[in-house]
Structures are given as structure tokens and as C-alpha cells.
Design a protein around this ligand. Structure first.
Ligand code: CDP
Ligand code: MG
Length: 889
């Protein structure tokens, strides 16, 4: 059976061809059955007159086809027409050899775990196996669609496209749904989605009744959503199994397949709370070629980008044929390394632009390559560390000069914020005569398999978002990855032949400082959104939820408290009506609360724009990123460090050529324009960074969402596009729930009035009520005055850290306000407040009563008499939008 699908085998053996006409969906499918089972069934056949009998819950039909008596399993078999190239490629995938075992195990068990190396074909093939077995068919015993979850949006989109192509179906039949985008339709049979999407569906339909099978992919990544999904689905399974016993039989049992790239599945199996019966684990035997690991001899250098550059240069100039995959931790580094490599080994897209000399050179290289291809690398050659010192020196001296003697390197970046189109380029074969070199973040670790990689260069680092549960401070830290993920990365080199992995760290560091596995995300991230989702699914006691690895009770408690401050939960921890409305929006609970209050106070369209902008990556390009302004997107954070890094790179690169001088002049001009634009963004009322966002979103829409606008305003087109989409999506949800509410932010709409502007700031305060900061001088009663906020200390409500207004804030150069709310705290050398809004202390007593201590009774401001016409008009449009009207001070 190896290398051949069961169906192919069976067809050949039996001469059966799927009939398209009368029996489209009930073509008999052969099942491989052991000798003992065969004897057993023969016996039974004699006992049972009828053609069909039930064994272990499966319909089995015994019949004769051809000369021999055969056991035929009555099952669905949806015929598929695949083109030959695809069929051949999939026959090479290890998972196709296991199709029979996988499908039988799935049909006999409610939950099955499939482990297989990255690239073994799990994501692309398992949905097809299910499809062919009839799981997506309306006419089968178990009607319903096939759902596959992915932790990453990129993977959901690209995998749905791939599977549609393999099955020759269209993008509605094999569709995807991610936060910003969807191709689902009533015709959908297979649906790829992010795990967050399925979680939200659970809140509306806990039985997941439209699905017959759910595949949870990349379970080893242990994202929060995947963890919650597995916990919740363990309950859905029980419910569906229970209800399916009902006589009417409307509800059928659900099939769940959990897929993981590593064997660390004990959290799912050994956790007694999860599944009643220990799920069977199928290991897909991968033909993994040996990968030799080469550790760096020296103690690791913090400048691993240069180190990686040197390593790639050596591989490219000294070792034969084969793609190179470099793992770095962040996008800025990737862009930097790509730049350096492209300069060193240039590659021109079109032949007509190449000099004759260059074409000659390429020809020679191709010939040399052909010879080299057949040679294997000796261990001495492979160990690049033993190289002569000369080579190192040469590299260091003329890092930036073009290498005339090597063939071109086809360098491609790969990170999740890159456009889907740009990401898919890594699957295409590199242009002839070039060597492929992909520089990636850990998205290439398991989600996407890049073909024909022979060399892996691993910096050993990963950028992780850390969150301090007590203080709420978030920081990005570049850390050593885990041993498991370093091994995954190395494995990428052995997919198509023996490979080599160059680790830019020593074996001592690997042994002593690397953790065995990466810590599950649920132990690292804020979980209030997750807790609210769970409450909306009527899971009241989140502490008892079957998490694969339960988070600390304290963290769960803190999340519940925050939701109580926001009135999403009542004092008993039950979800309130407000909380339920909040949970319907695909955004953090803070933002949904802002929407609800915003609607009640006549500024909904503006709030939609603001929260859409806050929900995606910061759209503003920072001054230290100007050089990369056209293609840079980053979860930048470590402002000072990155600034220094880029500066020092800049300094190193200075050469006195005329071009360089021109370039510098141009950069100076760009910088000047940048600062002018910054002032313009702040608008006439510089009281909030969030209002600055509003200005930019409004202007972008007004300018017809053009890329030109983005370029001249130093904002990232991809981020602006996502904001635009999210705005549309939130608007749709509101229109669906509350028809008649005016939510458009069209060009003709009036700008916010000064009253609306104030209301917007109050709504922001309500959303971030636990993130108020007070100028320290106000508490100390010091009389020191400041002309700008630089070095002015603020106290937050949690923790003892002193916080400062971030230099990117529009308030940075202004007179320091006494009270502010911030959107995020970021820790680098100091704790910084980002997304700052000036507020008035008098608002707090009303918006955050439960968080205030009063030294004397406060009179609440009466809002009725002051109510403005605008506000009145909007406030009662749809009483059912939120459960009660929130009064603003
Ligand atoms: O999920 P798993 O890592 O086990 O493998 P997969 O993603 O299903 O990939 C199976 C094969 O399909 C790999 O060799 C990929 O390179 C290939 N593939 C492709 O050529 N183009 C795509 N868009 C997706 C996958
Ligand atoms: Mg996969």
C-alpha cells in the first residue's frame, strides 16, 4: 500500500470505476480487512440473510465482485478528478500511505490524534480524505461540512486555495473564513478558518451542528484559541453523542481530528478531564532524511543577523545545490538580511537587463552545478566552521560589495504580515540558474512547507509577546526558542534529501538554556477576551473548564474581575446582557463596550473607526523605520533598541559615493516631510492618540483608500486595508443586530462636533477604565512644572512601576496632562504608555465608580440638562443595541 492510496489500489484490483450517474453518492468502497476479520465476516454472512449488517456501528455490506468474494464496506465515496501532476505529487506524501488506517480509525473513534512531521501532508490531505469518504456530503449518513482550524490566518487562506486546487473545486466549495475575509457560501463543503472564528461560532451554536467533522490543526502550537477549542469540543462531542441516541436521529455524532507536528500530545491524552476514552494516536511515518546538525563553536554573538549573513555566504559559495532557509526572529531583521544578501549576490529579474558577462557567468554556473549535484558533501566541507580565517576576514571587509564569482541568490522574505501573494512565492520554483534562499520567522517552522530546502540556518531565537498579569505590562522579548522548535527547524532541511542545519549557537547553550517545549500561550497572554467568550458559551465556572493545561486560577480571577469592572459580568460572575452583546463582536471586550456606549452617545461611526484601527497592527510608520517605509510592517516595540540597531547599520553602510550623498539628501527630505505629516495627523485637537488614528482613517477613506495616500502619509497600506475591512465587518454585525443604526463613515459625513469629540474621549475612558494613569506630581503635591511630557512620571493603578508617555504619542511634546488613559504599557528600558488620551478626573467617578475611592461624597454630574441635540438624537435609536443606556458625565 505504501505510496499508493487505498482507493487507487482498490480500483486497480477490482476494476471498479466510480459511477457518476445514478449512484453518485453510494458507490461501494472496498475496505482492507485482516484475514481473521474476513473469516469472521464470512461466518456472519452465512448467519445473516440480508445484505447489510451492522458491526461496530459501521454498515457493512458483503457482496461478490469479480471472481472473488470480497468484503465491501457500504460507505460514501465522492469521486474526485485530480489532474495528473497533482495526483503524482500527493502520492509522494507520506500521509497518503496511511489513508486507510486514518479513515478506519476516524470511523471507529470520536477523537483521533494524528502526528506527522511538517510537510507530511496533514493539512492538505486529511480534509480530502474526509471529503472523499462523504463527510462533507449532504446526502451521507452524517451530513454537515468539514471544518479545519488554523492558528494563523495565512495558513487558513493558502491551504484552502491549495485544497481547492487539488480537488478541482471552486473557492466557494473549499472556502476560508478569517477575521477580515471570507469566501464561505451555502455551497461550502470544506471550510478552513482560524481557531478564533470557530470559537465564536461555538458561542452561537454549541453543538456545531453544521459540521460533521472538525480538524484542529497545528495543535502543538498551543495557541490560546486552540486550547479552548479542544476543551470546548470535548464537551460538544459528549453532547452530540448523547443527543444522537435520540430516536429522531436529527443530530449525528461529531468527528474530531487533532493534528500535531510533534509527538507532544500527552497534554491532550493524559488529561482525564478532556476525553472519556483515550483517543488513538496515529503516527505518520515520514521519510525524513538525515540532517546533520552543526553547532557554532563560539559563544553566541548577539548580532546574529551578521552571523547568519556570513553563514549564508559560505553555504552559497562553498556548498552544492539546494535551497537555504534562514530562521530569524522578527521582520526588521529579515528585511535587513534580505537587503544584504541581495546586494551581495544580485539577481536581476529579466534577462534583457543582464549584462552579457552575467549571462555567461550563469551558464558556467549551471554547468558546474550539474557536476556538483551528483557529489555528496564530505563532512569536512559541511563543517563550515573549520574554514580558513581568510574567508571570514574577506567577508567582513567587503560585506557590501557584490560577489562577482557566485551565481545569483533568489532571496525571499517570509513573515506573517507579508501579503498572501508575496508569501505564496516561496512555493514556486526559483528562477533557473539561481539558488533559493528564504529568510523567515517561525511561520516556516510548521505552518508552511517550503519545497527543496537543503540547508537551514537557525539563529535559535524567537520573538515572544510577554504579558505581566499583575501590572498588565506587555513586552516583546527575543528569547531562545525551545529544543522542540529548534529540532523542527532543523527538520526542514531533510524533506527532499539529506540536509544540514547550521545553528548559530553552541551546543552548551542549547543544552543548558533551551527549554524542552514552548510554554503554551494561555500562560503568557491576557485572557479576558477568552473568558468572555467562554461565559457567552454559558461556561460559568471557567475554573473548572477542561483546559489542556489549565492557567493559573489567579489569572482567571483577574480576567473575571476586569469583566466585572466593565459590567460584562455580574457580581456572581454570570454574563450580563451587556456582556452578551459584547461577545458578539470579534474584538476585545474593551472595544465592544466602547461600541455600545458610543452608539448610545451619537459617535458610533467614529468609535468603529477607532477600534478597527486599534485592533490591527499600528498603521503608523515610525521615524526609525523610514528607510523601509514601503514594505515595513512590524510589531515594533523595543523602540530604543531597534532605533540604535538601524542607526548603527546606517553608519556602517556610509560610503562616500555620489549616490550615497544623494540618498542621504533624499532621506533628510523624507524625514522633514515625515515630521510635518505627524503634526498634520494630530489634527486641531491634540488630546488623544486615538483621535489621531480617527483622523487618518477618515482621511484615508476620503482619499478613496489609495496607496498614494499611504505613501505620502507614512502609514502602512496593509494595515489601512485591514482597518477598512474590519470597519466593514463590525458595521455589518451592527446592522444585522440593530437595523436602522447609522454606522457609515462616508465621505459626506460630518466631522465630529466638539461635543462628540469629548464624548469619544469619554467612551475611550469607559473602555480603558482600569488603565488610568495619574501624574505623579499630583499625588506628591509637588509644584514642579513641566513644559513637555518628557521624563514626567505617571502612576498607574496596578503595580509600582512608574510609567512615561511614549515618544510616539502626540502628547509627548505637550504640557503634561494630570489624568490620562492609556491603551497599552510597553516595557523596554522604561515602562511606556502607548495610545494615550487626556481625560478629566471628574469623569472617573461616573465611569469607574467601582474602581474609585472617594474622600468625600461626590455629586454625580447631571447629564440630562446638558444633553446636546446630537446626543439625544442617537441615544435612543435602538434600545436593544445594548441592554441599558450608559450616561456619560
Ligand atoms: O500539514 P503538513 O505540514 O503535514 O503538510 P502540508 O502543509 O499538507 O504540505 C504537504 C505538501 O504540499 C508540502 O510538500 C508542501 O510543500 C506542498 N504544498 C504546496 O506545494 N503548495 C501549497 N500551497 C501548500 C502545500
Ligand atoms: Mg500543516
Amino acid at each position: 500500500l505504501k505510496g499508493q492510496s487505498f482507493k487507487q489500489w482498490a480500483t486497480e484490483q477490482m476494476g471498479i470505476k466510480p459511477k457518476d450517474d445514478e449512484n453518485k453518492n453510494t458507490i461501494h468502497k472496498h475496505s482492507m480487512i485482516s484475514q481473521s476479520q474476513l473469516t469472521n465476516l464470512r461466518q456472519k454472512k452465512e448467519d445473516v440473510e440480508k445484505q447489510s449488517l451492522v458491526q461496530d456501528g459501521i454498515d457493512i455490506t458483503i457482496g461478490s465482485i469479480g471472481d472473488d468474494e470480497k468484503i465491501v464496506k457500504k460507505a460514501f465515496y465522492i469521486p474526485v478528478k485530480r489532474n495528473q501532476e497533482i495526483q503524482e505529487a500527493r502520492m509522494e506524501l507520506p500521509i497518503c500511505a496511511e489513508e486507510q488506517i486514518i479513515m478506519e480509525t476516524i470511523s471507529n473513534n470520536p477523537v483521533v490524534i494524528i502526528c506527522g512531521e511538517t510537510g507530511s501532508g496533514k493539512t492538505t490531505q486529511v480534509p480530502q480524505f474526509l471529503y472523499e469518504a462523504g463527510y462533507g456530503s449532504k446526502d451521507s449518513d452524517n451530513p454537515g461540512i468539514i471544518g479545519i482550524t488554523q492558528p494563523r490566518r495565512v495558513a487558513a487562506v493558502s491551504m484552502s486555495k491549495r485544497v481547492a486546487q487539488e480537488l478541482s473545486l471552486n473557492e466557494q466549495e473549499v472556502s476560508y473564513q478569517i477575521r477580515f475575509d471570507a469566501t464561505v457560501s451555502p455551497k461550502t463543503i470544506i471550510k478552513f478558518m482560524t481557531d478564533g472564528v470557530l470559537l465564536r461560532e461555538l458561542a452561537n451554536d454549541f453543538l456545531l451542528s453544521k459540521y460533521s467533522a472538525i480538524v484542529i490543526d497545528e495543535a502543538h502550537e498551543r495557541s490560546i484559541n486552540t486550547d479552548i477549542l479542544i476543551g470546548a469540543i470535548s464537551r460538544v462531542l459528549k453532547l452530540r453523542a448523547e443527543l444522537s441516541k435520540d430516536d429522531e436521529g436529527k443530530i449525528k455524532p461529531l468527528k474530531v481530528i487533532i493534528m500535531s507536528a510533534t509527538l507532544r500530545v500527552s497534554d491532550f491524552i493524559q488529561n482525564k478531564n478532556l476525553f472519556d476514552i483515550t483517543p488513538p494516536v496515529i503516527n505518520v511515518n515520514t521519510r525524513q532524511f538525515p540532517v546533520s546538525i552543526h553547532f557554532n563553536k563560539r559563544t553566541p554573538n548577539s548580532d546574529y543577523v551578521s552571523e547568519a549573513f556570513k553563514k549564508v555566504c559560505k553555504i552559497h559559495t562553498k556548498l552544492p545545490h539546494g535551497g537555504i532557509l534562514v530562521f530569524l526572529s522578527g521582520q526588521n531583521e529579515i528585511i535587513l538580511l534580505c537587503k544584504k544578501l541581495r546586494k551581495k549576490f544580485p539577481f536581476l529579474m529579466q534577462n534583457q537587463f543582464k549584462s552579457k558577462q552575467m549571462l555567461e557567468k550563469e551558464k558556467t554556473f549551471r554547468e558546474v552545478e550539474k557536476v556538483k549535484e551528483n557529489e555528496s558533501i564530505t563532512s569536512k566541507e559541511a563543517d563550515l566552521d573549520t574554514d580558513s580565517e581568510d574567508f571570514e576576514e574577506n567577508l567582513e571587509n567587503d560585506e557590501m560589495t557584490m560577489d562577482e564569482h557566485s551565481r545569483p541568490l533568489y532571496v525571499l522574505p517570509l513573515y506573517s504580515l507579508l501579503s498572501t501573494h508575496a508569501q505564496l512565492r516561496v512555493f514556486e520554483p526559483p528562477p533557473e540558474g539561481t539558488r533559493l534562499c528564504v529568510v523567515a520567522t517561525n511561520v516556516a517552522e510548521t505552518s508552511l512547507t517550503i519545497p527543496s530546502i537543503k540547508y537551514v540556518v537557525d539563529c535559535g531565537k524567537v520573538k515572544e509577546r510577554l504579558y505581566d498579569v499583575v501590572t498588565g505590562v506587555q513586552s516583546y522579548i527575543v528569547n531562545w526558542t525551545s529544543k522542540a522548535s529548534a529540532d523542527q527547524r532543523a527538520g526542514r532541511a531533510g524533506r527532499t534529501g539529506p540536509g544540514h542545519c547550521y545553528r548559530l549557537f553552541s551546543s552548551a547553550v542549547f543544552n543548558d538554556q533551551f527549554q524542552q517545549f514552548t510554554v503554551p500561550e494561555i500562560h503568557r497572554m491576557p485572557i479576558e477576551g477568552t473568558v468572555l467568550q467562554m461565559k457567552a458559551m454559558n461556561i460559568d465556572t471557567v475554573c473548572n473548564f477542561p483546559f489542556p493545561t489549565p492557567p493559573d486560577r489567579g489569572h482567571l480571577h483577574k480576567a473575571e474581575k476586569l469583566l466585572q469592572y466593565m459590567n460584562a459580568l455580574d457580581e456572581n460572575g454570570r454574563i450580563t446582557e451587556l456582556g452578551r452583546t459584547m461577545a458578539t463582536f470579534p474584538i476585545s471586550p474593551r472595544f465592544s463596550k466602547m461600541l455600545i456606549i458610543g452608539q448610545q452617545h451619537g459617535c458610533l461611526p467614529y468609535i468603529i473607526a477607532i477600534i478597527s484601527a486599534l485592533s490591527v497592527v499600528d498603521p503608523f510608520i515610525k521615524d526609525y523605520q523610514l528607510e523601509n517605509s514601503t514594505n515595513s510592517d512590524d510589531d515594533d516595540d523595543d523602540v530604543e533598541k531597534e532605533y540604535k540597531e538601524v542607526r548603527s547599520n546606517e553608519l556602517n553602510n556610509i560610503s562616500e559615493s555620489h549616490e550615497a550623498i544623494l540618498q542621504k539628501k533624499r532621506q533628510k527630505l523624507i524625514r522633514k516631510k515625515f515630521y510635518d505629516v505627524q503634526k498634520k495627523h494630530a489634527g486641531l485637537d491634540p488630546t488623544s492618540d486615538l483621535l489621531k488614528l480617527l483622523n487618518v482613517v477618515g482621511a484615508y477613506e476620503y482619499e478613496g483608500c489609495s496607496e498614494n495616500f499611504c505613501e505620502s502619509n507614512f502609514v502602512r497600506p496593509k494595515a489601512m486595508e485591514e482597518i477598512h475591512k474590519l470597519r466593514g465587518q463590525i458595521t455589518n454585525i451592527i446592522q444585522m443586530n440593530c437595523p436602522g443604526v447609522d454606522v457609515c463613515l462616508d465621505p459626506k459625513m460630518k466631522p465630529p462636533s466638539s461635543i462628540q469629540l469629548k464624548a469619544i474621549r469619554q467612551v475611550i475612558t469607559a473602555g480603558f477604565i482600569d488603565q488610568v494613569a495619574i501624574r505623579k506630581g499630583l499625588i506628591d503635591k509637588s509644584s514642579k512644572t513641566f513644559s513637555s511630557t518628557r521624563n514626567v512620571e505617571y502612576c498607574t493603578m496596578w503595580g509600582d512601576d512608574i510609567a512615561f508617555i511614549h515618544p510616539t504619542s502626540i502628547l509627548y511634546h505637550n504640557k503634561p496632562p494630570d489624568f490620562v488613559v492609556y491603551q497599552e504599557l510597553h516595557k523596554t528600558s522604561k515602562v511606556w504608555m502607548k495610545g494615550v488620551t487626556v481625560i478629566e478626573s471628574s469623569w472617573l467617578s461616573k465611569l469607574g465608580r467601582s474602581l474609585c475611592t472617594f474622600s468625600k461624597p461626590v455629586e454625580l454630574p447631571m447629564s440630562k440638562s446638558k444633553k446636546n441635540k446630537d446626543t439625544e438624537k442617537f441615544a435612543y435609536v435602538t434600545p436593544n443595541f445594548g441592554p441599558k443606556n450608559w450616561e456619560l458625565p
